[in-house]
Design a protein around this ligand. Structure first.
Ligand code: NAD
Length: 390
């Protein structure tokens, strides 16, 4: 059962698993599409509605994906979906996932934490009540750890203090209401795991880039979403689109901010690995789900090189950083556990960047350049609701 299966990671993963013979259901309330409608954004790629998507998938692959349209915060709806589908694994992508969105104003901060934290509590209860053996695979983010001045471990750290030793959850310091919603989720899940002997895996995912997967390429109507606006667009995808339309790449501040990245095809593989390796009852496994780390300046340089090969002329501008974050810092995060379980990463080689740029160039006429510059400033988050992003 893929919660958030109409979204960027969820759609690619649903098709990946379905294509490999897993019986898949998508659960989604389409709120991501509503955010676009409310803010005047749009995916660069012309995505089809979810009903057409699953119909086309059946037509193309002969495989059926079940669809449950509803809100996981609505426990009655979620219970009915659990009872009907009887999942053995529940992959939880179904959250509001933009840090800028969560920092726009008070009501969106509250929405983000209510939607995410309450949704995850509901999922834990649904598993406890209707599918106690079901393995919960929950998407967290590397942003939960922040940027500590020491190595980041995979979930747990062994600490010696006043002569005693313990292995404890690695300290969390999210720097937006969104990132903090993930920290709260992790704490809630750990408690449920121990108390109800649930099987859980928390995947602290890095920034995902790319758009094509073997399955989404099987038909134009299966194309995945690709966000380039300053609220939902993530670093590398945004730079690729800016390069393609001749807009300078917007490096926030000094550009030394370093994060973990992974290709969308590796997101799918990691989820499959997590599904195939369920946690034992009562234990929450935590993996850092990324394959390489780059600074924002390094990303811009990589796109410049790949773009020049395609005849583009990518430029860079440093814009004032709308976020409150360190722009030069130590960053060394461990990420070996998924590779130990068999992940063969699809690294950010030039060929990958070139194929991303080629897809982006194909749809570049859809870009609204007004949506590119940052419009949400962390320090100016308003108590009064905003109706537009700027
Ligand atoms: P997305 O916004 O494209 O997809 C999320 C989906 O969940 C949307 O289709 C949305 O409609 C659905 N959803 C949200 N709240 C819901 C609710 N209450 N009930 C039912 N459906 C709901 O996001 P994404 O980029 O695919 O990210 C998926 C997950 O992975 C998120 O939890 C995100 O935090 C995490 N993640 C993403 C990235 C990234 O780079 N995209 C990086 C790290 C972690």
């Amino acid at each position: 059962m893929i919660l958030g299966g109409d979204g960027y990671c969820g759609w690619a993963t649903a098709l990946h698993l379905s294509n490999r013979g897993y019986e898949v259901a998508i659960v989604d309330n389409m709120c991501r599409r509503t955010f676009d409608d409310q803010l005047g954004f749009n995916s660069l790629t012309p995505i089809k509605g979810i009903h057409e998507r699953v119909r086309v998938w059946e037509e193309v692959s002969g495989k059926r994906i079940q669809l449950y349209v509803g809100d996981i915060c609505d426990y009655e709806f979620l219970s009915a979906a659990f009872q009907a589908f009887e999942p053995t694994a529940c992959v939880h992508f179904g959250e509001q996932r933009s840090a800028p969105y969560s920092m726009m104003d008070r009501s969106r901060a509250v929405f983000t934490q209510t939607n995410n934290v309450m949704g995850t509590i509901n999922v834990c209860y649904a598993i406890k009540e209707f599918a106690p053996e079901c393995h919960l695979i929950k998407l967290g983010t590397m942003g939960e750890y922040g940027t500590p001045n020491i190595d980041i471990e995979e979930g747990y750290i062994t600490i010696e203090h006043n002569g005693r030793t313990d292995t404890l959850p690695y300290p969390k310091q999210g720097n937006s209401f969104y990132h903090l919603s993930k920290c709260h989720d992790s704490a809630n899940m750990l408690m449920c795991t121990k108390t109800w002997k649930m099987r859980t895996t928390d995947l602290n995912q890095g920034v995902v880039y790319g758009v094509a997967t073997p399955e989404t390429m099987m038909d134009d109507r299966l194309v995945n979403r690709l966000d380039y606006d300053a609220v939902f667009g993530t670093a590398l995808n945004r730079f690729a689109i800016q390069a393609a339309v001749g807009h300078p790449m917007t490096v926030y501040g000094k550009g030394g901010q370093t994060r973990g990245f992974l290709n969308i095809t590796d997101t799918c593989k990691c989820i499959q690995i997590a599904c195939d390796n369920p946690a034992p009852p009562g234990e929450m496994k935590i993996y850092n789900q990324f394959t390489e780390q780059f600074s924002v300046n390094e990303l811009a340089a990589l796109i410049t090189e790949a773009g020049q090969k395609l005849g583009l002329d990518p430029q860079v501008i440093n814009v004032p950083n709308p976020r409150t974050e360190m722009e030069e810092h130590y960053y060394n995060a461990k990420h070996s556990k998924l590779q130990d379980l068999g992940l063969e990463p699809n690294l950010m080689k030039e060929s990958i960047l070139e194929s991303l740029l080629t897809t982006v160039v194909k749809y570049k006429d859809n870009v609204d350049q007004r949506l590119i510059l940052p419009g949400v400033n962390w320090t100016e988050s308003a108590s009064v609701g905003k109706t537009i992003a700027k």
